[in-house]
Design a protein around this ligand. Structure first.
Ligand code: PEP
Length: 256
């Protein structure tokens, strides 16, 4: 007799805004605007903003209803002589619920290897933060047909063994799509997300089946419906379009 297939678990999407190195005090107004629009019509998705660390406590102080807050990076160590760095405990104490790790800009600008990202993911999880771990291929790698090999290797190398659906979120962000206005086709997104799901289930079992896999790279209001409808896309990681409440909410509308 054929084994009965388990139905795919229902996964609540997450739409997270990555403000990168953008935003000073006056941009806090965008968070207030976002809270106002969310209070009128709430999408069926978790909403998060990851501001620069200088704005984190100020955003927390706004008590933004319906918007969780996160960091953009953390050190792998709990404390010590690491000038300019911030630990996962510090983010947690400041009010972060999650932290983006292994973003391609950090991998490129700061030479972060999979091993370094894995250590940070472990540190974030031990502090009670959800690690939003990013993978993605360069244009050269895509053109060479290496996309799946690259993202699977990043996934394998950048996640420690104790990952579950609560402490880990994956973000697939093709490097060439970030900030470029270019996006992969829905077929390309489906192929990568399908492969990531398989790899997560193989390694983490039921937890891997429930883990959120976000798509990131030039998501905007005009393409969000299409991208968010792709199988195994469980939300978005949004850069530029998360900086204004109007655009960010325009993306969230995909989940109304
Ligand atoms: C990002 O860098 O995480 C990102 C998705 O950027 P953008 O939406 O601006 O392409």
């Amino acid at each position: 007799m054929m084994a009965k297939q388990k139905p795919a678990p229902k996964i609540k999407p997450l739409v997270a805004g990555n403000w990168k190195m953008n935003g000073v005090g006056k941009q806090l107004g965008e968070v207030k605007k976002l809270v106002t629009v969310l209070s009128r019509q709430k999408p069926k998705a978790d909403v998060m903003i990851c501001p620069p660390v200088t704005l984190l406590s100020r955003m927390v102080a706004l008590k933004p209803k319906g918007v969780a807050l996160g960091g953009q990076d953390c050190h792998a160590n709990v404390d010590g002589a690491h000038t300019g760095d911030v630990s996962a405990d510090m983010l947690k104490e400041a009010g972060a619920k999650a932290v983006i790790l292994g973003h391609s800009e950090r991998r490129a600008d700061h030479g972060e290897s999979d091993k370094a990202v894995r250590a940070k993911v472990g540190a974030a999880q031990r502090s009670g933060l959800t690690a939003i771990m990013c993978v993605g291929e360069s244009l050269k790698q895509r053109k060479a047909g290496e996309t799946l090999k690259v993202v699977q290797a990043q996934l394998r190398g950048s996640l420690p063994d104790k990952c579950n659906a609560k402490n880990t979120v994956i973000a697939y962000e093709p490097v060439w799509a970030i900030g470029s206005g270019l996006t992969p086709t829905v077929e390309q997104v489906a192929q990568v997300h399908g492969a990531l799901r398989k790899a997560l289930v193989r390694r983490f079992g039921d937890e891997g089946a429930k883990m959120r896999i976000l798509y990131g790279g030039s998501v905007k209001p005009s393409n969000a419906d299409e991208l968010m409808a792709v199988p195994h896309v469980n939300g978005a990681l949004v850069g530029g379009a998360s900086l204004t409440a109007k655009d960010f909410y325009g993306i969230l509308k995909a989940y109304l």
